[in-house]
Design a protein around this ligand. Sequence first.
Ligand code: NAP
Length: 318
Amino acid sequence: MAEVRDVIIIGSGPAGFTAAIYAARANLAPLVIEGFGAGGQLMLTTDVENYPGFPDGVQGPDMLEMFRSQAKRFGAEMITADADRVDLSMRPFRVWVDDDEHRARSLIIATGATARWLGLPSEERLRGYGVSSCATCDGFFFKDQPVVVVGGGDSAAEEALFLARMASKVTLVHRRDELRASKIMADRLLAHELIEPRWNAVVEEAVGEGAVEAVRVRDVVTGEIEDIPAAAMFVAIGHDPTSGLFAGQIERDEGGYIVTDGTHTSVDGVFAAGDVQDMVYRQAVTAAGSGCMAAIDAERWLEEQTTSSQTLVAHEEG
Ligand code: NAP
């Protein structure tokens, strides 16, 4: 029978590793099941310039390696594999990696989210070279240059409005002639002089060799093909939280995000941090912050469990 740990952390980006640093320093000897794609979305980012403490910027993968080694330094144990199955129906909670069963009194879920992509080969080839899914992360690199945003929801509107502060022009490519974004965002977007919507258009390809030079679109009504000059293409067609592993065992919203109160989930003793429970901020620094909160919440919850079981024993003995 596997030993029962105090805490298992599933997932590795900034949320998981920060939770690991705090849990390890609280003597909870955490096990981090970091996944085959350890590190998550930051592994796909080149320069991170908005994480405090790095005035000259830092490469996403380098930052993750620093988080990871900091967690290891305090004794966090890592398994570089995916959790295949969990059982949250009773305590201790159980997590399987291949056929190995791991058990813990508390669990922190930090499995993150993945940006939806269009699925074009050119998009994949130029990712990090003008193709991005995060204007907050990469917009600054395209100061005074024309850019394209793809999508018609609140994310696309938000990205376009953010980019309009620095780009020379923003073309919003949307597959219909009506936005899905909330009215206030849509109104702001349509009123902006630097933002031009390109309705009824789908992206055929990001054009360019080493960097994006244009975005080729097809008009779905006329069939006409057009190259829109652009130094970058921001794809903002939604994110999917990585929460399928917990389906049916924990409360999730209609988008699949784990529902949290602070970092507490619907299952007592299970906490969630980072993008898997946050559709609003989705930043490395906010994920790290909520990872810290989850570890502190787990520590306090474990402490309460010990105190209440000691009180129970004292009552029974008394
Ligand atoms: P979303 O609301 O699902 O919108 C996705 C957009 O991308 C839609 O316009 C959709 O087109 C388009 N799209 C999807 N797949 C596509 C494809 N393969 N090719 C081309 N276009 C495609 O996603 P979201 O904008 O990320 O928003 C998700 C949730 O977060 C929403 O509830 C939103 O309100 C919320 N959110 C809020 C804020 C805020 O309040 N500040 C900011 C961001 C997000 P169709 O319209 O044709 O389906």
